[in-house]
Design a protein around this ligand. Structure first.
Ligand code: MN3
Length: 217
């Protein structure tokens, strides 16, 4: 059976639409080069996996699974990331675009500002490359701030609402070592309408066509 192949969805806005918060140069490289590379490597690894004519020893098999997990995570995380951003000063970026979630954040953290402080701390606390998340526990419905290493997806048992890419390639060309500046400006371009939508969606709806891929991780 042929292995599934994945492709990078186009950005839901122009490459320069997130300026001045994220530059056109970063968006172009990040989407067209970095994300595309994860998908190309994922497709190649899935093809290798489905090729029954070659055998792999245990360490080769472990390495192949690691390559699949890393690149599948990269594809999933970036797809969620692009969807959850919007041009600054547009209606989806206003807190009023997510009344239900804003109320839940205020209830959990005391205020939306306190949540943002906590989220910022989590983002800036990531050592090396990784992602910061606002997620919701499937079991308790509790909101949680968490981080993941490299391209790991949100842990099992949690549904991602908002994920922020904290790899240097996400900000360095524009912000250099000012990681905090990147994090502060992110708030101007969060698509709260999409994030609010995920709050009430099922896992299948949040992950869309990537749900099956997620299930293999
Ligand atoms: Mn990235």
């Amino acid at each position: 059976m042929a292995s599934p192949t994945y492709s990078v969805p186009p950005l839901p806005y122009p490459y320069n639409a997130l300026e001045p918060c994220i530059s056109e140069q970063i968006m172009t490289l990040h989407h067209d080069k970095h994300h595309v590379t994860y998908v190309n490597n994922l497709n190649a690894a899935l093809k290798t996996q489905s090729d029954k004519s070659t055998t792999r020893n245990n360490s080769q098999e472990t390495e192949l699974q690691a390559v699949i997990a890393f690149n599948a995570g990269g594809h999933i995380n970036h797809t969620l990331f692009w969807e959850s951003l919007a041009p600054p000063n547009t209606p989806p970026t206003k807190d009023s675009a997510s009344p239900k979630l804003m109320a839940a954040l205020a209830k959990k953290w005391g205020s939306v500002g306190a949540f943002k402080d906590d989220f910022k701390k989590a983002l800036l606390g990531i050592r090396g490359s990784g992602w910061g998340w606002l997620a919701v526990s499937l079991e308790s419905g509790d909101l949680a701030v968490m981080s993941s290493k490299d391209q790991e997806i949100v842990p099992r048992g949690y549904k991602p609402l908002l994920g922020i890419d904290m790899w240097e390639h996400a900000y360095y060309l524009q912000y250099l070592n000012n990681k905090a500046g990147y994090v502060e400006n992110i708030w101007e371009i969060v698509n709260w309408e999409v994030v609010e939508g995920r709050f009430s969606q099922s896992m299948e709806e949040v992950y869309g066509s990537l749900h099956g891929l997620k299930a293999t991780l």
